[in-house]
Design a protein around this ligand. Structure first.
Ligand code: CTP
Length: 402
């Protein structure tokens, strides 16, 4: 199964700041995601974390010495620069940023950065005043002008005792930025609206009806669209997932709340992907106090149907691609095609939720993509990230036709 980083060569350039210790986790996580990580360190970085630590985690000798006759043959600045698919500079200190901005080449890191043609992601981390200094601000603007991808530092408690911006973002954020740097921006500026997760239909103040949706598929679509340059809004029912980076998130509970949140945003969207597992029914009445157990009497719930959100969204005027999902247990393609026609969709992603590894609460999925244009594609078992990209590929193709 292919991960976003499978087979990708990441050059991690470590600068000499206290946050250098955090790069150990970044290397480990990139490796676990299938990346081949080569580390280069400035002499100052070696004062904060040992090359041996990063060598052990990356399984490669770390490049530290520009003038080593043995290293230059294997991990020299040109070879590490040329073999990289993407470069991450973390932590990018004020000094390293200044040297990068002015084209200095006085250590292995800056020489490799001058020599590489790969996209470069820069994650500054330093004291807040150093970050706000006009010299640093101007140098960062120069790096942006080179086309480098800047990762805004986090705010919080800094090692120097200050409170404010300057913290190195956590490994999740850095990996998301590196993954985005690897992607073509074929959804640049396109407004994408995604729904995800289950809905909760309240019975009383403490109970609700819901389903097993984890939200993973919808979050994967939102994250993939962001990586490809889209402006993404994610309307999500309750999930245990971290919010995807770069995405505007709107939290909802019930199907009625989800409908309102989506309807008000569909007009401004060019692609709508409805992944949420919306509850088909809600209790007719919500008890205002906790329903009490009445010994042995049993309990009958009276339910009424929720509106079909997707069918309503597909009717909203405007040139847009509307994508739905179909969770089926039998006769998958026929039922999904019926749903696509009935709800007026451009594309439907059908999956047999009884198949192992497909559907709810798994990392993987296996689907059939059915287009209103007659196109039909079976994906086989793939990761939800891969499926997200396939759906977006089809949505882009359909946009071209509309
Ligand atoms: N959907 C929706 N509003 C609902 C129910 C479903 O918008 N009240 C959307 C889902 O988000 C999904 C698509 O419709 O994109 C199909 O959902 P699914 O549960 O497979 O189908 P249903 O329409 O609920 O039909 P059935 O339960 O009969 O299979």
């Amino acid at each position: 199964m292919k991960h976003i980083f499978s087979g990708k060569r990441v050059l991690l350039c470590v600068g000499g700041g206290i946050a250098a210790y955090k790069t150990a986790e970044v290397v480990r996580r990139l490796g676990a995601c299938g990346a081949d990580v080569q580390v280069a360190m400035t002499p100052a970085a070696c004062e904060f974390i040992t090359p041996l630590t990063l060598q052990t985690l990356s399984h490669h000798r770390v490049a530290v010495d520009l003038f080593s006759s043995t290293d230059e043959a294997t991990i020299g600045h040109i070879s590490i620069a040329e073999s990289a698919d993407v470069v991450l500079v973390a932590p990018a200190t004020a000094d390293l940023i200044a040297r990068m901005a002015h084209g200095l080449a006085n250590d292995i890191v800056t020489t490799a950065l001058l020599a590489t043609r790969a996209p470069v992601v820069v994650a500054p981390a330093m004291n807040s005043h150093m970050l706000a200094h006009p010299a640093t601000v101007r140098n960062l603007e120069i790096l942006t002008g080179f086309g480098h991808r800047l990762v805004a530092s986090d705010s919080g408690e800094l090692a120097c005792g200050y409170e404010g911006p300057g913290r190195l973002p956590d490994p999740d954020a850095l990996l998301a930025e590196v993954a985005a740097a690897l992607c073509a921006k074929d959804l640049g500026g396109v407004r994408v609206l995604v729904s995800a997760g289950p809905t909760r239909e309240a019975l009383d103040p403490v109970r609700y009806l819901s389903n097993r949706s984890s939200g993973r598929m919808g979050y994967a679509v939102a994250a993939a669209a962001w990586r490809r340059g889209a402006e993404v809004t994610l309307v999500s029912g309750p999930t245990a997932l971290a919010r995807p980076r770069g995405v505007t998130c709107v939290d909802v509970n019930s199907a009625a709340e989800m409908k309102e949140a989506l309807e008000s945003r569909t007009g401004a969207s060019e692609i709508v992907v409805m992944v949420a597992a919306v509850a088909d029914y809600r209790p007719t009445a919500r008890a205002s106090s906790k329903i009490k157990k009445s010994a042995g009497a049993g309990l009958t719930l009276v339910l009424e149907e929720n509106d079909d959100i997707l069918a309503a969204l597909a009717k909203i005027a405007g040139p847009r691609v509307v994508v739905g999902f179909a969770a089926e247990t039998d006769d998958v393609v026929r039922h999904a095609r019926d749903k696509m026609v009935r709800k007026g969709l451009d594309l439907i992603v059908a999956n047999d939720v009884t198949k192992p590894g497909a559907g709810f609460d798994t990392e993987t999925n296996a689907a059939v993509l059915l287009g209103a244009d007659g196109n039909q594609e079976e994906t086989g078992l793939i990761t939800k990230d891969e499926l997200a990209d396939r759906i977006l590929d089809r949505a882009i193709a359909l946009r071209g036709r509309s």
